[in-house]
Every structure is written in structure tokens, then in C-alpha cells.
Design a protein around this ligand. Structure first.
Ligand code: AMP
Length: 424
């Protein structure tokens, strides 16, 4: 026998028994996208490495360490080096925005998508190499109201998913006017403590000193004494952030200001935020993350356009809901069409089709086994009902059997769906 193969490290198969929990999260995401008036966008699973290098920044973990390069089966070395699986969706969405000239449409644009992202990170619980995100983006809106609208939206997602005690960590990391001053303050501070920094942080200190703050290895005392971005904001960024906090307060949305929350990517400006379950606030437990990226469109060759969005991890939402005892609820009732007549294949298909047309969830037993066997296997499949196709069909009737009470009666095929739906 050939040696069985396993799924690549850091990936997972979604087995049928896992699917209801996933579908529930996806359904909530789709429904909220609709209610908050977002339009769907889809972008390729892979893009040019250059897009991520420019958009996310060369020194971001996503580009520096976690890029999932696509190596095609053929093609030149050069061509193969050009592509990477998307580590996050914002760069691709803004690329599409610029490429298709979407700025001419009535704005702001509100876009959503759902799909897999790829990061070549060390796999561990809750951190995968392929994971799924629900993502929303608002392009062309400078805020601050929309910043809070998105935080409220993420809170609502968790509430509807049955994930309790979520808290938003928020911060403002300034803009092109005030960030340079803040960077200089960080370089001065961490420069004076360089020997206490990890190798990564020492290297990044002069490229992107903000990243030093989200180094997992950073000494907590050193972090606590570090300059805070809120103390370096220009007037307009200060006002923006004050309004964001005021609105969060007046809506009663749980949040804390987290001075270390700089987000890992270069494109963020002003408002940044991440979501956690209170008390489980380590990076690896983040349920969602996002922020404002007012400079990104320009960086990707478009005109200056403000934008803001977040990505919410479906895998982690499923885990968090399960940890809190939330279950996806009962499955829709199953109907199995059976028949004692081995010559009745066409009638079985016809009856099955009629029930499906009426919206029921239907399997058809196509076997020549005895009727009793067919009913047993329907029960084993978890079916609630069997619809028995026999001679009665000549009069337009089928026999509906309740697989729990074992009661059965003949009813017209035309009214069977009503009966099956009523008592599902
Ligand atoms: P990020 O852009 O890294 O903040 O990612 C946004 C959200 O996606 C996070 O808050 C997580 O919920 C989820 N996420 C990020 N990376 C992973 C990963 N490697 N495995 C599973 N979920 C992830």
C-alpha cells in the first residue's frame, strides 16, 4: 500500500463536522456586510511580491519573514520570484482600487471579502500558515466617524457569534506630519537601550522603530517607559483620536488605549485597533485587527485617498466561540427518499427533485437493498424523515415516515413538503 500523505504543516482540513461552525461565522460576516452596506470584492490569491513590499513595508514580518512565495512549475527563475500568496487583503484591494480607477465612483467605497490568507510563520495553536479572514475596507472616508463605525461592526460580529467579553485595543500612530517626530523619539529612547533589544529590534530600530514596540521579546519595563505616540500627535491627529475615543465612550463600546499597538505594517496611519477576549490579550489571541491607511493608495500609484479597514480571523472566531461553549445549533432536517421497487429509480429521482425544488434537504437512496435496510441506513445518516416511493405514486401519493416515531402515512406528493417542513 502506498504511504498516505498528510496536509502541509500549518494548514487544516475543514471536515464536514467542522463545517457548521464555520458556516455560521461566514453567514454572520455576509449578513453584517449586507446590513452595513458593503459591496463584495474579490482579488487574486497571489500578487506581485512588489505590491506587498511597497504596501506593507520591507521591514514588516509579513514581507521579511512570512512571505509565501509562489514557485510555478515552469517559468524563469525571475518570474517565479515575482509572486507571493497574499498575507493580507488590504494591499490587493487598494491595488484593485487604483487599477480600476474606482475613485470616480460615488464614494466612499465600502468593500468586503472573505477568503484565505497565507503567512509562512511557525505554526502553533491559533496560528496557521493558511487561515481565513473576513475583511472590510472603507476607501475615501477620512473619518473619524467611520473609524468607530468599524469598531462597532467588529464588536457586533463577536456579539452575534456568541463571543463574549471582547475588548478593542485602540491607538493612534499619527500621520506623515507627526510620525517622523515620534520615530525620532523612539530611536533616541531605544538607541540608548540597544543592548536590551532583540536582534530583530536592533536591526529594525533605524528602519522602522515603531516595530520595536510590537516585538514579542521586548522587555516589559523598557516597553512601559517608551515614548507614547499619543504624546507626539499633531493637532489634527490629536483631534481625530479624541473624537474616536469620545464616540466609543458615548456608544459604550468596550476599549482600552494600548500604547504599544502600532500594527506590523508600514501603511497604517492614525487609528489602529485590535480585538481580544478580555484577559486573553496576547498577540497570538488577536481576533481581529485593522486601522487607517491614509497613505496607501498613493504608495501604490494612486491619488492620495484615505482608507480604513479590518481583518477578522475566522479560524480564531471559531476557536473562541467553541471555547466559550457556543455551538452552531441543530442541522437542518434531512429527508431520505427510499423505495422497495428496484425498478423505481426514475420515480425516486422525480420525487427527490420535487422535494428539493420545495427547498428541503434531500438524499436519495439508489440501492436495491430491502426497504428495511434502506430505512435503517437513513436513520444512521441522521435523517428525520423517509419518503417512500411505491405504487401510490401512480395516484400522485408518497408515504412519509417519521424515523423517530416510526409512524407513517400516505400523502399527496404536492403537499408532502409542507408536512415535512412543518414538523422539522
Ligand atoms: P493581522 O493583519 O495580522 O492583524 O490579522 C488580522 C486577524 O487575522 C488577526 O487578528 C487574527 O484573527 C487573524 N490571523 C492573523 N494571522 C493569523 C494566523 N497565522 N493564523 C490564524 N489567524 C490569523
Amino acid at each position: 500500500m502506498a504511504r498516505p500523505l498528510s496536509a502541509p504543516r500549518g494548514t487544516r482540513d475543514l471536515l464536514p463536522e467542522d463545517a457548521p461552525a464555520w458556516e455560521r461565522m461566514e453567514a454572520i460576516a455576509r449578513d453584517l456586510s449586507r446590513r452595513y452596506a458593503f459591496d463584495r470584492i474579490d482579488i487574486p490569491l497571489f500578487e506581485r511580491v512588489e505590491l506587498f513590499a511597497r504596501g506593507l513595508g520591507e521591514s514588516s514580518d509579513a514581507v521579511e519573514k512570512e512571505m509565501f512565495r509562489v514557485s510555478g512549475a515552469s517559468g524563469s527563475e525571475e518570474e517565479r520570484a515575482e509572486w507571493a500568496l497574499r498575507p493580507e487583503p488590504t494591499a490587493g484591494i487598494v491595488r484593485a482600487y487604483v487599477e480600476h480607477g474606482l475613485h470616480v465612483r460615488p464614494g466612499p467605497l465600502r468593500l468586503w471579502m472573505l477568503g484565505p490568507m497565507f503567512r509562512y510563520d511557525r505554526p502553533q495553536a491559533g496560528r496557521y500558515r493558511q487561515f481565513s479572514q473576513w475583511d472590510v475596507e472603507v476607501i475615501g472616508d477620512p473619518g473619524p466617524m467611520v473609524d468607530v463605525e468599524l469598531i462597532e461592526l467588529a464588536h457586533r460580529f463577536f456579539a452575534e457569534a456568541g463571543i463574549r467579553d471582547t475588548v478593542a485595543h485602540v491607538n493612534s500612530i499619527g500621520d506623515a506630519a507627526c510620525r517622523p517626530g515620534y520615530r525620532a523619539a523612539l530611536v533616541a529612547y531605544f538607541g540608548a537601550h540597544e543592548h536590551q533589544l532583540s536582534e530583530d529590534s536592533r536591526r529594525r530600530l533605524h528602519v522602522n522603530p515603531l516595530r520595536v514596540l510590537d516585538d514579542r521579546l521586548l522587555d516589559p519595563e523598557l516597553a512601559a517607559g517608551a515614548p507614547r505616540s499619543v504624546d507626539h500627535l499633531c493637532t489634527s491627529c490629536t483631534e481625530h483620536f479624541a473624537t474616536v475615543r469620545d464616540l466609543l465612550d458615548s456608544l459604550g463600546l468596550p476599549y482600552v488605549v494600548d500604547h504599544r499597538l502600532v500594527r506590523g505594517l508600514d501603511y497604517y496611519t492614525r487609528t489602529t485597533f485590535e480585538f481580544f477576549v478580555a484577559g486573553r490579550e496576547g498577540q497570538q489571541h488577536a481576533l481581529a485587527g485593522g486601522g487607517r491607511y491614509d497613505g496607501l493608495a498613493e504608495l501604490l500609484g494612486g491619488r492620495p485617498t484615505p482608507g480604513i479597514g479590518f481583518g477578522l480571523g475566522i479560524d480564531r472566531a471559531v476557536l473562541a466561540a467553541a471555547e466559550q461553549g457556543e455551538s452552531p445549533g441543530p442541522q437542518e432536517a434531512l429527508v431520505v427518499v427510499v423505495s422497495a421497487r428496484t425498478d423505481a429509480l426514475e420515480p425516486r429521482l422525480r420525487v427527490g427533485a420535487a422535494l428539493r425544488e420545495a427547498g428541503l434537504r434531500v438524499r436519495i437512496d439508489g440501492s436495491a437493498r430491502k426497504l428495511g435496510r434502506q430505512l435503517e441506513s437513513a436513520a444512521r445518516l441522521g435523517a428525520r424523515w423517509a419518503v417512500i416511493v411505491g405504487e401510490e405514486l401512480d395516484r400522485g401519493d408518497v408515504v412519509v415516515r417519521d424515523l423517530q416515531s416510526r409512524e407513517q402515512r400516505a400523502v399527496p406528493l404536492a403537499t408532502a413538503p409542507e408536512l415535512l417542513k412543518q414538523s422539522a
